[in-house]
Design a protein. Structure first.
Length: 681
């Protein structure tokens, strides 16, 4: 069996001994290893000890007990205990428990709180109003108004100002910290010990609005927004059998952390990622925003996950894949339609990442056997981003895919869809129809929904009643009535569509036609004076016609209702940072219909850091637009097959996806190889 201190590195430099623990100090074995290493220093008369905590993301109450004991043992022998390289969360824990006044922290890091004993030593006897005025948090007029309400209601003046919205709770607590000598903290994961939080039942903590943080030597450090509530303090002391030392924290931060402390796993990993500032989780239920973390020194898992999301948004990823294998966890981003490995954190972090995401999506973290779907909304880098959560159980753990829907990147203008001039004119012509069925087709991820939204935005006006039926609602457009399909309560596309027809609509958008009933209602709606826009999963435009017929739609009804089909694909654009031109023999492209042009030069990317060495950055759409003219209507009525429909397109020179793509390549926007990869796949 290894020695208890085996996990702690130990180096001697002159009269100083440096100890380097590795891993979160919330594990019994690691804590005992640290205790053994410190005890051996005392026994060997190595009385000047420096703890290097660069590899320690978290500490718990037991670890704090060890540090208090070591400090006293070394101090009795005339020695010292110092700490170096502690992260922000650990520094704050030392400060709120008073340990920081004993230890030299060995850095100049600025923390959100002041050491407990330092605060107590400067506790002020001034009135709270004087402190608020001195800090310019409120005006004298505001205080006078609050005093009048206080005289009438009996509530505290500061409480009145917060309730009236005249004073932020955070600023009040900063002032109370100065007045009462009680530390104020930015409460977050890592600033509480899960075992200490468990000293109180969840219901009791939520009812009292408090959270036990740490218990050291019989003293319970308690997060509260009201340190002057003697009944609350007495109740907590009775429930825990400990003397309470209050710690100030905002009530909304306490509420969020309570949900985390009593709602998800706290077995956090040591993998600490970098987090940019300004990352917020938008709480959909209450339609307000709550900070996940305002500082980079947050919980390792929260920190890692927020960093992953921020990097995905920054790199324009459309999807985030988090998956587990036998030995590692893998995080991949889909950028411009292709998956790239972004990082491979330790396999131990995977369960914690999954649990954290389920909490953010308000799903059941205990359910690991069945797939789950949900929605997360975050605000980062100055914009709001929707994340569609999907989990799928696997043999090594659940695979998570997050679809990233960045509203700022959404193209809701039909003039910015990037269609070539002739295709743009055809699409506008179809959108001008007063009634009929317009279908947009293509595989998943081909931009069908974006095209529909751009069309709706183009048609949107006060004179028209526009209603959508979606699963899910991806982008919100003002003045358009949008409806969410909910299969779990039998609120299907078909059922909503029946009721929408009673809402006097002019234009109806059906997110997807999946089965016969929806198809039939959509067709009949198109025949009765409504413009119906919808999508289908088919490979090309004529495939939409055969698919509708295969669903059981009567040929004469489809021929009368269909106004056109737009088939599309997304192809990668040549990276502008590393673009270069090259010569291509004219006969090499003759089979694709490229004109016999001398000195033909095309464009491709060499590969650089900006494009992940792929030579591509960003995407454009290629289109195939089929208008339903009398000749095509006759073919549909005769129940023509795929071959007959393709012959019609060739005879009428309807430009195909391949043809549009070749023209884009000739214009230097993409490459022939990319067009063939997408169209022939």
């Amino acid at each position: 069996m290894s020695e208890p201190s085996a996990s702690v590195g130990r180096f001697r430099a002159g009269v100083t001994t440096q100890l380097i623990p590795s891993g979160a100090l919330n594990d019994e074995a690691r804590i005992q290893g640290l205790r053994g290493a410190l005890d051996s220093c005392v026994e060997a008369d190595e009385i000047h000890v420096v703890l290097d905590l660069a590899r320690v993301p978290l500490v718990n109450s037991a670890a704090l007990e060890v540090l208090f004991d070591a400090y006293e043992s070394l101090a009795r022998q005339g020695g010292s205990l110092a700490v170096a390289n502690a992260n922000g969360a650990v520094r704050d824990v030392f400060r709120l428990t008073g340990l920081a006044t004993m230890l030299s922290l060995g850095d100049s890091g600025v923390s959100g709180i002041i050491a407990r004993r330092t605060v107590q030593s400067i506790a002020s006897s001034r009135r709270i109003g004087e402190i608020l005025l001195e800090r310019e948090f409120v005006s004298e007029e505001t205080i006078e108004r609050a005093l009048k309400i206080q005289a009438e209601s009996g509530r505290r003046m500061a409480q009145v100002m917060v309730e009236q919205g005249w004073l932020e709770e955070k600023k009040l607590l900063e002032a109370l910290s100065e007045q009462l000598g009680v530390p104020f903290i930015h409460l977050r994961t890592g600033l509480y010990d899960p075992e200490t939080a468990a000293l109180m039942e969840a219901d009791a903590s939520k009812r009292l609005g408090v959270l036990p943080l740490f218990r050291v030597r019989g003293v319970l450090y308690l997060a509260t927004a009201d340190p002057q509530s003697i009944p609350t303090i007495d109740t907590v002391e009775d429930l825990t059998g400990s003397r309470v030392e209050p710690v100030l924290a905002c009530s909304d931060a306490i509420h969020r952390t309570l949900e985390e402390a009593y709602g998800e796993t706290n077995d956090l990993s040591e993998f600490v990622g970098d987090l940019e500032e300004g990352f917020e989780l938008v709480e959909r239920a209450e339609q307000d925003q709550g900070a996940i973390d305002e500082m980079a020194e947050a919980s390792p898992i929260v920190n890692l996950l927020n960093g992953i999301i921020q990097r995905a948004v920054r790199d324009r990823a459309s999807d985030i894949h988090i998956e587990a294998s036998r030995t590692k966890c893998r995080v991949r981003f889909r950028i411009d339609g292709v998956l790239y490995t972004a990082m491979t954190p330790p396999i131990e972090v995977h369960p914690a990442l999954v649990s954290r995401l389920k909490v953010m999506a308000k799903l059941d973290i205990a359910e690991r056997r069945l797939p789950q779907d949900g929605r997360i909304q975050v605000a980062t880098q100055g914009r709001t981003v929707d994340l569609r959560f999907s989990s799928l159980p696997g043999i090594f753990g659940e695979k998570i895919v997050l679809r990233v829907l960045d509203r700022n990147e959404a193209i809701l203008d039909v003039n910015r869809l990037g269609l070539r001039e002739d295709n743009h004119a055809r699409l506008l012509k179809l959108l001008k129809r007063s009634y009929g069925l317009l279908l947009v087709t293509g595989p998943t991820g081909s931009g069908k929904t974006t095209t529909l939204y751009a069309g709706l935005n183009h048609l949107n006006s006060d004179e028209k009643n526009i209603v959508t039926i979606e699963d899910p609602v991806e982008y919100q457009i003002d003045t358009i009535t949008q409806n969410q399909v909910r299969e779990n309560i039998d609120l299907t596309f078909a059922r909503i569509l029946k009721h929408v027809l009673r809402q006097d609509p002019d234009i109806i958008m059906v997110g997807e036609i999946r089965e016969r009933e929806t198809a039939e209602i959509a067709v009949r709606a198109a025949l009765t004076g409504h413009l119906v826009l919808s999508t289908l999963h088919t490979n090309d435009s004529v495939g939409a016609v055969t698919r509708m017929l295969d669903m059981g739609i009567e040929p004469f009804l489809l021929a009368s209702s269909l106004v056109g089909v737009v088939a599309q694909r997304l192809v990668r654009r040549v990276c502008p940072e590393c673009a270069t031109t090259y010569s291509v023999p004219a006969d090499a492209l003759a089979e694709y219909g490229v004109p016999d042009t001398e000195n033909l030069r095309l464009t491709r990317g060499r590969g650089c850091e900006s494009c992940y060495d792929s030579g591509y950055q960003g995407r454009i759409a290629i289109h195939e637009i089929l208008e339903c003219e009398p000749g095509l209507q006759e073919l549909i009525v005769s129940n023509a097959g795929q071959t007959d429909l393709e012959n019609y397109m060739e005879a009428h020179k309807v430009e195909t996806l391949l043809g549009d793509g070749i023209k884009r390549a000739m214009a230097g926007q993409t490459t022939i190889e990319e067009i063939l990869r997408v169209v022939n796949s």
